[in-house]
Design a protein around this ligand. Structure first.
Ligand code: HEM
Length: 447
């Protein structure tokens, strides 16, 4: 029997078009559309072309899907596209293989390792902040992305390889991300096979990035060096239960996706944070006091991360209001129950952390930037309402790493500079593979 989504008594979002479904709305006004779905129902169907996708719109249903029944769901359509391009790395792999890989990779993100990386991160952030001149106009997004990429590349690779890989990634980055976003939304896979200039650019860019990373992996293996880089750890890693290691191809897939996962998200937060500081002088003054008081002009160390509490409040609020994950997908690998309805194996589901974090039922006055929501003793939202690093078996493996990256960067900039946007308008929210701000040009003034 064919499954008919309407049997499940879950409403369909308005505006479905023949053949295209809701794709035109997703392309035209993606962020308002994603946020409108909570008013359709706790669960709602949308159609990507002819394909029904179940949108999960409340914290408790998301908790059920991601945590309680986490094993019943695999990564969905969007992740298939990434896997086709970059291989079966951690964010896209499923089942036992995913669990095994996670066990192998986890030690590289332990607290002791991050404590070692903090020094490299702080040195990179200091070098960027020290290179700016009073009165200079800096493209903050580009600077922040270059910085985050250099932090990840320097901790992933040995120093000599890092620069080469960074150069190639920087060159191909935008083309690859745009191509991925389009491929996950396209109503049919046939479009990506056409010899269009866009498809050709995508193939060339992904090919170049693959070659750079695979080359770096081979070089590291041939050198046999244990240089403390994440790459050398991955090559040496052995599963505690099976004693097995990873193939080179698998190591390359992991590296690709860690490069992706570890660069954009943290970079975007810097744009939103410094934009908000420029609009809220009292908040900025409190941050400067904290940075000056805790660090007194030196670079942060791991133990400072816990002391920079107001910095953390600010970042926590940025990750609420501007979460880059505007669209994530899952696929049921068995029959599942959700919200009192049964859905068959293969059901595609979708959720938006961007929309979840702006839900007025969880956050009063949700569009207001208010770090006091996270002050010690403030009432906390219900479980599952704020999950910037997700929850359950797919929780971000790099959360501790990300806090260190972001804190080191905020500290390096805020201890020297005050940033003033060149334009009066807020950065635009661009829903690409992740929701990113457009470029924010800032004039830097010595504090
Ligand atoms: C502010 C920064 C970051 C945010 C908001 C963030 C958020 C997330 C989220 C929401 C997921 C789950 C995606 C899904 O399964 O649908 C995820 C997974 C992941 N993240 Fe992060 N992330 C950040 C930084 C990082 C960094 C710095 C790294 C590594 C250096 C990293 C590596 C990963 C990896 C490897 C996964 C896949 C984990 C798995 O499926 O087992 N992330 N992240």
């Amino acid at each position: 029997m064919t499954f008919n989504p309407h049997d499940a008594a879950v409403p369909t979002a308005p505006g479905r078009m023949p053949v295209l479904g809701h794709v035109p709305q997703l392309l035209r006004r993606p962020l308002p559309f994603m946020q409108s779905l909570r008013t359709v129902g706790d669960l709602a169907w949308i159609y990507l072309g002819p394909k029904p996708v179940l949108c999960v719109n409340t914290p408790d249903l998301l908790h059920r899907m991601l945590v309680t029944d986490g094993r019943k769901y695999d990564q969905g359509k969007y992740f298939d596209k990434i896997r086709e391009t970059f291989g079966n790395g951690l964010p896209v792999s499923n089942g036992e293989f995913h669990q095994r890989q996670r066990r192998l990779i986890q030690p590289a993100f332990h607290r002791e390792r991050i404590a070692e990386y903090v020094e490299t991160m702080a040195a990179s952030a200091d070098a960027m902040a020290a290179s700016w001149r009073p009165g200079q106009e800096v493209p903050l997004k580009q600077e922040a992305l270059t910085l985050m990429l250099s932090m990840v590349a320097k901790t992933l690779f040995a120093a000599d390889v890092s620069d080469r890989v960074q150069a190639e990634v920087r060159r191909s980055w935008t083309t690859v991300l745009k191509g991925l976003a389009w491929r996950s939304m396209a109503p049919t896979d046939a479009l990506e096979k056409l010899p269009t200039p866009g498809n050709r650019r995508y193939e060339r860019a992904t090919g170049r990035m693959r070659a750079a990373v695979i080359g770096a992996v081979a070089e590291q293996r041939d050198s046999g060096k244990q240089d403390g880089s994440l790459l050398s750890m991955l090559l040496a890693a052995r599963d505690a239960e099976t004693g097995e290691g990873m193939s080179e191809e698998q190591v390359a897939a992991e590296i690709f996706l860690i490069l992706f996962a570890g660069t954009e998200t943290a970079g975007f937060m810097m744009v939103w944070l410094f934009y908000q500081l420029s609009r809220n002088p009292e908040i900025a003054a409190r941050l400067y006091d904290e940075v000056d008081g805790v660090l007194a002009g030196r670079s942060p160390r791991i133990e400072d991360l816990g002391r920079l509490t107001y910095t953390r409040q600010l970042l926590t609020e940025c990750l609420r209001l501007y979460h880059p994950g505007w669209m994530f997908m899952r696929r049921a690998n068995t029959e599942v129950e959700l919200g009192g309805h049964l859905f068959p194996r293969g059901t595609e589901t979708l959720f938006s952390l961007y929309a979840l974090h702006r839900d007025p039922r969880s956050f009063p006055d949700p569009l207001r930037f208010d770090p006091e929501r996270w002050a010690p003793g403030a009432p906390q939202p219900m479980e599952g309402a704020y999950i910037p690093f997700l929850s359950g078996k797919r929780q971000c493996i790099g959360d501790g790493y990300a806090w260190a990256q972001m804190t080191a960067t905020v500290a390096a900039i805020a201890s020297r500079w005050r940033l003033t946007p060149v334009s009066d308008r807020p950065p635009r929210e661009l829903p690409q593979a992740l929701m990113c701000p457009d470029e924010a040009r800032m004039v830097v003034t010595a504090r």
